[in-house]
Design a protein around this ligand. Structure first.
Ligand SMILES: Nc1ncnc2c1ncn2[C@@H]1O[C@H](COP(=O)(O)OP(=O)(O)OP(=O)(O)O)[C@@H](O)[C@H]1O
Ligand SMILES: O=C(O)c1ccc[n+]([C@@H]2O[C@H](COP(=O)([O-])O)[C@@H](O)[C@H]2O)c1
Length: 214
């Protein structure tokens, strides 16, 4: 059977329960041999990060401590100075892991809606599959036509993603978790303890290190 790695990139500022649900959904669908988490160092489309790379990595280690598959927290983007372009990361991973491994980059639907704005987005398909998972309010008719065209051309089953190295897309519509890092940062800054939205060890870490205005 082909080796399959599910990749979850993100700002993780902070990591929260929807990230865990997203990863869990990918693991359930694909049954990968590894789950690799890629915290961004410089997410160029966002206004900027609040917590440091080291703190975001520490929170990811706490959040993903107990998973049914081996987890790697891959810090390469945190240590890179330039913009965190996923295509650069995927090129490095391909060089390291070889042409045969199935790589599946997992994204939430908000990123699918702007996939055509990613750096060299058409090159992604020669490097990875894409598994996009819905978020509350996701409206498939709002997909940019170029993204909708790729989705139509490349749509495949989880088994097909597992059994080929790259080039396919899968849209999973059965997740609707209304949690965002923005909402959590706002709640913390207002003195709330959003324990329903993130794992308790992560919340403890945030409070111990006085992150996000705590
Ligand atoms: N509630 C959610 N449901 C599905 N996917 C999600 C959800 N929250 C985040 N994701 C996905 O997880 C990945 C990393 O997201 P990110 O770290 O930017 O979290 P976020 O909550 O979207 O952050 P922010 O509120 O700061 O924009 C992205 O692909 C994003 O689409
Ligand atoms: O490569 C790009 O141009 C690009 C543009 C936007 C987002 N991404 C990646 O998508 C993942 C989720 O991003 P975000 O901003 O939702 O945390 C993360 O790995 C980002 O580096 C990548």
């Amino acid at each position: 059977m082909r080796h399959c790695i599910a990749l979850l990139g993100g700002s993780f500022d902070p990591v929260h329960n929807a990230h865990l649900a997203l990863a869990g959904h990918a693991v359930k669908l694909l049954g990968p041999e590894e789950l690799r988490i890629l915290p961004a160092g410089n997410p160029w489309q966002k206004g900027g990060l609040v917590a440091s790379g080291a703190d975001r990595v520490a929170m990811l280690r706490l959040a993903f401590a107990h998973q049914p598959v081996p987890v790697v927290i891959d810090e390469r983007e945190v240590h890179r100075n330039d913009a965190s372009y996923t295509v650069d990361t995927l090129r490095e991973l391909r060089d390291e892991l070889g042409p045969e491994v199935s790589l599946v980059f997992v994204i939430g639907a908000d990123q699918l809606l702007k996939l055509d704005t990613w750096h060299r987005w058409q090159d992604l398909f020669g490097l990875t599959h894409i598994l996009a998972v819905s978020r509350p309010g996701f409206d498939i008719t709002a997909l940019p036509s170029a993204v909708a065209r790729e989705l139509q051309r490349r749509q495949a089953s989880a088994a097909q993603l597992r059994e080929s190295p790259c080039g396919l897309m899968l849209l999973a519509l059965n997740l609707a978790i209304d949690v965002s890092a923005t909402g959590i940062r706002d709640a913390l800054a207002h003195g709330q303890r959003p324990l329903r939205d993130l794992p308790e060890p992560v919340l403890d870490f945030i409070e111990q290190h006085h992150l996000y205005g705590t």
